[in-house]
Design a protein around this ligand. Structure first.
Ligand code: ASP
Length: 357
């Protein structure tokens, strides 16, 4: 081949490789993201695209990835199935397994970020649990969907694309566990599910978003100020079971014997999903004070979605022996208490945890 012809042939090869978006060095430089799948609606399937009934956790991670065109351009993605359940069936046993698996793979040079697919029902407490128990600065991103994979306008594929985009982004490092859905990036501490059906279900009412994610392009607004991941004191490496902590829901004329029943069933801690600023009726205050006296840790949280539950507001926590959950809703206050109870701590020390985490 003469010289000009050789040049042209080389240019043609380079052009055709770049037009399919691939080159050996670009492929090596691509971030590496591991997806740990646990089920949920994102892995859900229905018989038709418009039916509201479906089965959560029916589709495998490989099938989910196959439904996201272009994801391989964002990162080299590898999937692992850890569980396949609707998140109403998520358990501390699976969460412990998940946290341990993350702690095992995160240090590897073949992992730049981790994505966890998960149902939305209990995603907020799972995100918070992982936020306190995984020991890495690398991005850990949870993602789900509100519509099953078979639905008209399924939201899962784009959510997954954006989640991988955040996990692959070095700017996402050190922000704790995040949830990416509906183009939004939430911090584990502050997000909560607000709609049973809408795709914009997650909101962070007290603190706002930490960023946005759009077709793999991210913008970060802030970092959570609470302690998490590498700064967290909770070590679950040898933990196989969490102590029982119950949530008791307060409402008008609530029966106080719900608290007695919890204690009798062996709860080591009780979180009150209180009315208003963590309140409950007089009979329940008496039952909770009795429980606290017997050594059960009672944390007052609130069923109200925003605001703080402060100490000694309408109830004298100092006298009654209660803990105030500050900004944590009941489901997250329960997670923190279960982890706190893994070792002996004073009431004051437990109260301090609600300040820091
Ligand atoms: N029940 C489902 C789950 O949490 C709902 C969802 O994923 O949106 O797994």
């Amino acid at each position: 081949m003469n010289a000009p012809l050789k040049c042209w042939a080389a240019a043609l090869v380079a052009l055709s490789l770049s037009s399919v978006g691939w080159s050996a060095s670009a492929d090596q430089q691509k971030p590496k993201v591991t997806i740990l799948a646990t089920g949920g609606t994102i892995a859900g399937a229905a018989a038709t695209g418009t039916q509201s009934g479906y089965t959560s956790g029916a589709v495998t991670i490989d099938a989910m990835l196959a439904a996201v065109p272009g994801i391989d351009k964002v990162a080299t993605v590898k999937g692992e199935q850890v569980a396949n359940v609707g998140s109403q069936d998520m358990s501390f046993d699976v969460l412990l397994k998940l946290a341990k698996r993350i702690n095992e793979i995160a240090p590897g040079s073949d992992v730049n970020g981790i994505v966890i697919t998960h149902g939305t029902d209990t995603m907020e407490e799972s995100a918070y649990f992982l936020n306190l128990t995984v020991k890495t600065d690398k991005p850990v991103v949870m993602v789900g969907s509100m519509r099953p994979s078979t639905a008209v306008s399924a939201d899962g594929p784009l959510n997954l694309y954006n989640a991988v985009g955040v996990a692959a982004d070095p700017r996402a490092k050190g922000r704790g566990v995040m949830v990416v859905m509906n183009d939004q990036i939430h911090a584990a501490h502050s997000l909560t599910k607000t709609s049973t059906t809408a795709v914009e279900t997650f909101m962070s009412p007290g603190r706002g978003l930490i960023g946005v994610a759009s077709y793999g392009k991210n913008d970060f607004y802030s970092s959570p100020t609470w302690k998490h991941t590498t700064q967290s004191e909770f070590d679950i490496s040898k933990v196989t079971k969490l102590p029982r902590v119950d949530i008791v829901f307060a409402d008008v004329d609530m029966p106080a014997d719900l608290i007695d029943a919890s204690v009798a069933a062996g709860a080591k801690g009780i979180v009150i999903a209180g009315v208003g600023n963590g309140n409950m009726n007089k009979a329940s205050v008496d039952a909770a004070a009795k429980a606290a006296k017997s050594g059960v840790i009672v944390v007052r949280s609130s069923r109200v979605p925003t605001g703080l539950v402060g100490r000694n507001v309408e109830l004298d926590d100092d006298k009654l022996g209660f803990v105030a959950s500050y900004e944590l809703n009941p489901q997250k206050a329960r997670v923190l208490l279960a982890l706190a109870l893994l070792q002996k701590r004073s009431l004051a020390d437990i109260q301090k945890l609600y300040d820091l985490y």
